[in-house]
Design a protein around this ligand. Structure first.
Ligand SMILES: *Cc1c(COP(=O)(O)O)cnc(C)c1O
Length: 420
């Protein structure tokens, strides 16, 4: 019998039959293992905050929280997700450039660790809302640094951005805290970009952001209780990319964090991680429906496409680059040719894989796009052609759990109304 892909000993065929396809499957051991490897190798004072944006499922959040992750949220629903996953308010931060009144008020209501504020206008609104509640709001300032650090796909800092407040503008406001009686400035955050695959870049970012936090807190004369160095650690998806080496990374990062921790015994030292924690845990499973050829190119049309996995179109690149793929029901079979794998959408952009090396494919085969646990369905146009959200399954401690139901046509139609 052909060998099939399995997660913690559970065969992919069983999961596909039970829950249907297309389907996301997550491995809980991989999720917690990623987090623990960092915690084990880095100073105990470092706190890792899971960025729910990368995978907002409540079960993923709960599993990571169980392994020691805190939560970084950016919407009302993400805030409620973290709370219901069991994350205590003191371990939740809220960031984002366009927080609503209701979101800011919910931060105060629940008494979360800090609101990471991104503009002067937001600071004033928070001051007003805190005054109305008779509380003082803990605030960390998100800074758009004057410097930029290279080495990440998306570079932040050193250029105009809608995120944070320019370093220079903050330095020109030494009395900011005193002007706003209901706000308590106590922290600094900066985030230098996503998909960073260079250990040196991560360390350089951390050094410069910790230094920035000291400078800003000194200039604005507030106690530095919260120093958030962002994160943005990447994973390799494409040919030519290489994963961060955890040992190299942590060996050079640890002394930086230790020195800062010793100099600031009362400061929470925070790193935000999304993709790094979730990407490798997830596989997007689709079933081949039809195979065909067109002008010499072989196509496999599967039941899932870019409506659930927009990232597979190719991140930050004009040339189509393929995510890693496996034929899940016969993992031992060698590649025999190139296949273009598409989904059910009526657009040529619905291409999951372009000319990927795969064994011979036929209807019924199960394909797995690997490393798909981050920025999957929640970052995809799931409503395109009204297919809706795929099912999501978590395998944890040897058992499988449905953690999100597949949308049905009724689910999608329920929210729509004929005019009276
Ligand atoms: C998106 C985002 C994150 C998470 O980024 P990853 O690259 O997934 O780790 C963390 N912090 C901020 C401010 C973000 O915008």
């Amino acid at each position: 019998m052909a060998t099939e892909y399995s997660v913690q000993g559970i065969g992919i065929g069983e999961l596909a039959d039970r829950y249907g396809t297309p389907l996301y499957v997550y491995d809980g051991a991989e999720l917690t293992g990623r987090l623990r490897a960092l915690y084990d190798a880095l100073p105990a004072r470092l706190e890792i905050f899971f960025s729910l944006k990368s995978n907002p499922n409540i079960a993923i959040c709960a599993v990571l929280h169980g392994a020691g992750a805190r939560a970084e949220v950016s919407s009302m629903t993400e805030l409620l997700t973290a709370l219901r996953a069991g994350v205590p308010p003191r371990d939740i931060v809220f960031l984002g450039p366009g927080k609503s009144r209701a979101e800011l008020d919910a931060c105060l209501e629940h008494g979360i660790a800090t609101v990471i504020v991104e503009s002067f206008g937001e600071l004033e609104l928070l001051d007003e809302l805190a005054g109305a509640r008779g509380v003082r709001a803990n605030v960390a300032l998100r800074v758009n640094p004057s410097f930029a650090v290279k080495g990440s796909g998306l570079t932040m800092g050193g250029k105009p951005r809608q995120f944070g407040i320019d370093e220079e503008q903050l330095l020109a406001e030494p009395d900011l805290g005193k002007r706003l009686p209901n706000v308590r400035l106590h922290g600094v955050q900066a985030y230098m970009g996503t998909r960073i695959l260079s250990e040196e870049a991560v360390v350089a970012n951390t050094v410069r952001i910790l230094d920035l936090a000291e400078r800003i807190s000194t200039a604005l004369d507030f106690p530095l209780e919260f120093a958030d160095v962002g994160g943005g650690l990447g994973v390799a998806y494409f040919d030519g990319e290489e994963d961060l080496d955890v040992e190299v990374l942590t060996t050079s990062l640890a002394p930086v964090l230790t020195a800062f921790a010793d100099a600031h015994p009362h400061t929470r030292i925070v790193m935000e991680l999304g993709r790094y924690l979730t990407a490798t845990s997830g596989v997007y499973v689709t079933r081949v429906r039809y195979v065909k050829t067109s002008m010499g190119e072989r196509f496999a049309v599967s039941d899932g496409g870019t409506n659930h996995h927009m990232a597979a179109v190719g991140i930050g690149s004009f040339v189509k680059r393929n995510f890693p793929v496996r034929l899940l029901n016969r993992i031992d079979e060698p590649a025999t040719g190139e296949w273009t794998v598409t989904g059910p959408l009526c657009t040529p952009n619905d291409t999951l894989l372009k000319k990927a090396a795969l064994p011979d494919l036929g209807p019924g085969d199960l394909l797995g796009i690997l490393r798909s646990g981050a920025y999957g369905p929640s970052a995809s146009p799931v409503h395109f052609l009204s297919h809706g959200y795929p099912a999501e399954v978590l395998v944890h401690e040897g058992r499988h759990h449905i953690i999100r139901d597949r949308d049905t046509p009724e689910d999608l139609l329920r929210a729509q109304h004929l005019p009276n």
